[in-house]
Design a protein around this ligand. Structure first.
Ligand code: NAD
Length: 436
């Protein structure tokens, strides 16, 4: 099938590459010329495990092409995916200018029936707005479909190739048939393709992300209470997660959710509810709890040093908002860095993939280390901000020897409490008693 994907970010590039992998003829469009050049040379502008291999293979076999010329991509495509940004607008609602702008541009150059698929996360009613664009700027009949993307950065290829479910919002039978054909190779194990109307599909994505964010904020509150009552959040997590109605996954407490999706999607759903005269109370609490949770580690650090952080040096392990990605959008680490710098502290950071992005953002406000141990040299304490696997089992003797004092603030609960007692560290984590 001939496919065009508009936008080659985390979603668009993975979508285009994985669609080429099952034999489709895919052309990806981006307005960022530099990205297009890199991709044409087989270089991925983002870090995503497994992507580079698939990219090379499909480019080499001629199934995956890149261009900045929209008309070239749209001309022959049967299906056009919109994988464009939907950042928060000034009032918290999703900014639809990229999606609607591209829809208008496509409408102006479309000369035959196409299936227009919105992969971007968009508020309820966007499919109607996209349809209206086509009606205004084109005489050609198209199907406008909502097909939200549920992939997780870090395991995006796996998620796309074997999704838990595919949600398709459309009432157009021709589009249903085309998309069933396109997606069947990805659901061979029997996971469902769930068809519904466009509005339900659009809301499904926001409800999914908001529910997951709620789980995180809930567990962060449980963790904060654990610290007050002398309980251990990791035990509580295991205790509740064994109940199948609750489930084991997504129950980890930490330093607040980040990334390009949860913060903006929870905010956009709350805004959308408000616009429809519904006060979605839980979402407001989820956001409030998350904002506070991003401050808990620095509060603990301030308490430990009696408020005197000036001149202290902190080694940071982890910058990305989660492991296995270079994405730092809304990463809790950024807020923690800002707070430490404001208090006159110095920061030396190490992250396996995200340092270049932080450097672009913060320049030389932060020093970067070549590896996780170099970051520790002469630092007053180690802060763990992202749960990369490589941080899970370090050489504690080396860690203790390189640090000025054996002090760890762990925002991800990577280490066992007994282990920390054994190695003689002051160890302060989330929702567990501090070890001194
Ligand atoms: P991104 O910022 O990584 O990528 C967007 C790309 O679109 C950029 O490369 C940009 O240059 C390009 N672009 C902007 N305007 C364009 C235009 N007019 N024509 C062509 N290209 C254009 O964004 P992303 O993370 O891939 O997210 C895209 C959408 O998918 C958002 O709505 C997001 O909420 C949603 N989503 C993201 C994830 C995720 O994990 N990142 C997961 C599910 C859904």
């Amino acid at each position: 099938m001939k496919i065009a994907v508009i936008g080659t970010g985390y979603v668009g590039l993975v979508t285009g590459t994985c669609l080429a992998e099952t034999g489709n003829d895919v052309i990806c469009v981006d307005i960022n010329q530099q990205k297009v050049e890199m991709l044409r040379n087989g270089e991925s502008p983002i870090y995503e495990p497994g992507l580079q291999t698939l990219l090379h293979r499909n480019i080499a076999e001629g199934r995956l092409n890149f261009t900045s010329n929209l008309a070239e991509a749209v001309k022959e495509a049967a299906v056009i995916f919109l994988a464009l940004p939907t950042p928060p607008g000034g009032d918290g609602s999703a900014d639809l200018s990229y999606v609607l702008g591209a829809s208008r541009d496509i409408a102006l150059i479309t000369s035959s029936y196409k299936v227009i698929v919105t992969k971007s996360t968009v508020p309820v009613g966007t499919a109607d707005k996209v349809k209206a664009m086509f009606e205004q700027y084109s005489d050609i009949q198209v199907a406008v479909v909502s097909n939200p993307e549920f992939l997780r950065e870090g395991v995006a290829i796996e998620d796309f190739m074997k999704p838990d479910r595919i949600v398709i919002g459309t009432t157009d039978d021709r589009a249903k048939k085309i998309l069933t054909e396109l997606y069947t190779p990805y659901v061979r194990q029997g996971n469902p393709i769930i068809f519904m109307d466009e509005r339900s599909s659009e809301l499904t994505k926001y409800a999914a992300n908001s529910f997951l964010a709620t789980k995180i904020s809930f567990m962060n509150e449980v963790a904060n209470l654990c610290e007050k009552v002398g309980a251990n959040v990791d035990m509580v997590r295991l205790g509740i997660g064994a109940d199948e109605r609750i489930g084991k996954r997504f129950l980890f407490s930490g330093i607040g959710y980040g990334g390009s999706c949860f913060p903006k999607d929870v905010q956009a759903l709350a805004k959308s509810a408000q616009e429809n005269e519904y006060d979605f109370k839980i979402l407001n609490s989820v956001m409030e709890v998350n904002a506070l949770q991003k401050t808990v580690l620095v509060d603990k650090i301030k308490k430990y040093y009696d408020g005197e952080l000036s001149g202290k040096t902190f080694a940071l392990w982890g910058l990305a908002f989660k492991p296995e990605t270079d994405d730092i959008r809304e990463a809790p680490a950024l807020e923690i860095i800002e707070a430490l710098l404001q208090h006159g502290a110095n920061v030396v950071a190490y992250d396996p993939e995200a340092m270049a992005n932080v450097k672009d953002l913060l320049g030389d406000k932060v020093a970067f280390a070549d590896n996780q141990y170099d970051a520790l040299r002469g630092a007053d304490a180690l802060l763990i901000l992202t749960e990369w696997s490589v941080f899970r089992n370090p050489d504690f003797v080396k860690v203790g020897a390189l640090l000025k004092s054996k002090v760890i603030f762990d925002g991800r609960n990577l280490f066992g409490l007994e282990q920390m007692v054994e190695h003689g560290f002051y160890y302060n984590s989330v929702g567990r008693k501090a070890i001194s």
